[in-house]
Ligand binder design. Structure first.
Ligand SMILES: NC(=O)c1ccc[n+]([C@@H]2O[C@H](COP(=O)([O-])OP(=O)(O)OC[C@H]3O[C@@H](n4cnc5c(N)ncnc54)[C@H](O)[C@@H]3O)[C@@H](O)[C@H]2O)c1
Length: 341
């Protein structure tokens, strides 16, 4: 439970805790609860927190006891994605216009997920995508400098590797973006590293592979055809439609669940001083072809032409982040069987 004290929120002791204290009248407990009453929560800003992955990061932060501010212009996200989560504040503005709001909130950590994250639309409108994906990251880094943040965690993308020349692909694989979105994610990653160093706060970039999970498919989003194939299949199956497969369906993807991505964000934030400047792959470390995924869902299929600018295989080598102790926990089969998609 929380209540406002100026702009900060403080944690109240639980009813059970107070009861225990009264029963035991222990000086140690009294000290503990006195501390917890005045414990100031760690503040986390999540940009794009109403989006698919962002809402999972928000959920995890709340569970871990953070006070969270979400900034989201709802261009592809939905406020319902974080409905009911507390303590949380939501500012529904474009990130570029929120410098003062950020400075007022004064976050300890920034988790930057806001982006226009679709490959094909980035070909149609590369300038607007550049503003959303690169310029706004620079603005955010400048606000982060004012706040003297303790850590900045950037959501980057495995799309920067392009068509991998070897798999599993580690972080040293050559960069070869095949579309404007991938160029922008990589450019922003470099800004995060260079400006973070210059401004004096630690940064980490996480290169996600193919994310899936609950809330990935937004029926109101005009770009939903480009969202995770798992979410699309789930929607098609639920509405008794055939599964639509681009190309021959033999392209392979490393599917990583959004709750695992959220846990990777918190994992690196908790040891960011030691990881400063690092880039980590975040995947499951295994691949499925789209045909294999369709077989898990079952039912009729339709094949449509292959789209340009998309890799034939993504497969993460996650040994670097594993070596620090993080690992994914949810397999694709488990997620589909247990309705976590
Ligand atoms: N989904 C994937 O498979 C995947 C893979 C690699 C990297 N990523 C990265 O992860 C992040 C989250 O992706 P997602 O799949 O959850 O996408 P999403 O579209 O569901 O979420 C993006 C969120 O950012 C918000 N947003 C966009 N532009 C904004 C702006 N200018 N100001 C404020 N809010 C803005 C949107 O409204 C949305 O809520 C992105 O940075 C994306 O590049 C995603």
């Amino acid at each position: 439970m929380t209540f406002n004290l100026s702009i900060l929120r403080i944690r109240k002791p639980s009813f059970l805790g107070v009861l225990t204290f009264i029963l035991l009248e222990s000086p140690t407990l009294m000290l503990y609860y006195a501390c917890s009453v005045f414990l100031i929560m760690v503040r986390a800003l999540v940009t794009g927190g109403c989006g698919f992955i962002g809402s999972h990061v928000v959920e995890k932060l709340i569970l871990e006891g953070f006070q969270v501010l979400v900034i989201d212009n709802l261009s592809t996200g939905r406020a319902e994605n974080i409905h009911g989560l507390k303590p949380i504040d939501l500012i529904t503005k474009d990130l570029n216009a929120t410098g003062k709001d950020i400075i007022k909130f004064n976050p300890d950590y920034i988790f930057h997920l806001a982006a226009w994250p679709r490959i094909q639309p980035s070909f149609a409108d590369p300038i607007e995508h550049d503003i959303a994906n690169v310029h706004q990251t620079i603005s955010l880094l400048q606000a982060a400098r004012e706040c003297k943040v303790k850590g900045f965690i950037y959501s980057s993308s495995s799309s920067c590797y392009g068509d991998a020349t070897y798999t599993p692909t580690d972080e040293n694989h050559p960069i070869n973006p095949l579309n404007p979105y991938a160029i922008q994610k990589y450019a922003a990653e470099r800004y995060v590293n260079v400006l973070g160093n210059k401004y004096g706060f630690p940064t980490v970039s996480l290169r996600y592979f193919n994310a899936y999970g609950t809330r990935s498919y937004n029926p109101d989003n005009i770009y939903n055809a480009y969202s995770s194939v798992i979410g699309i299949f789930n929607h098609l199956k639920a509405t008794n439609q055939p599964l639509t497969i681009t190309g021959d369906g033999e392209q392979r993807r490393d599917f990583v669940h959004a709750t695992d991505i959220a846990s990777a964000n918190l994992f690196v934030s908790s040891r960011i001083d030691n990881l400063n400047g690092s880039v980590f792959n975040v995947g499951y470390g295994a691949t499925h072809s789209i045909n294999e995924v369709a077989s898990i869902f079952g039912g009729p299929r339709i094949y449509t032409p292959m789209r340009c600018g998309e890799a034939t295989i993504t497969h993460a080598d996650i040994s670097k982040i594993r070596s620090y102790g993080w690992q994914p926990t949810i397999s694709l089969e488990y997620a589909i069987q247990h309705n976590l998609v």
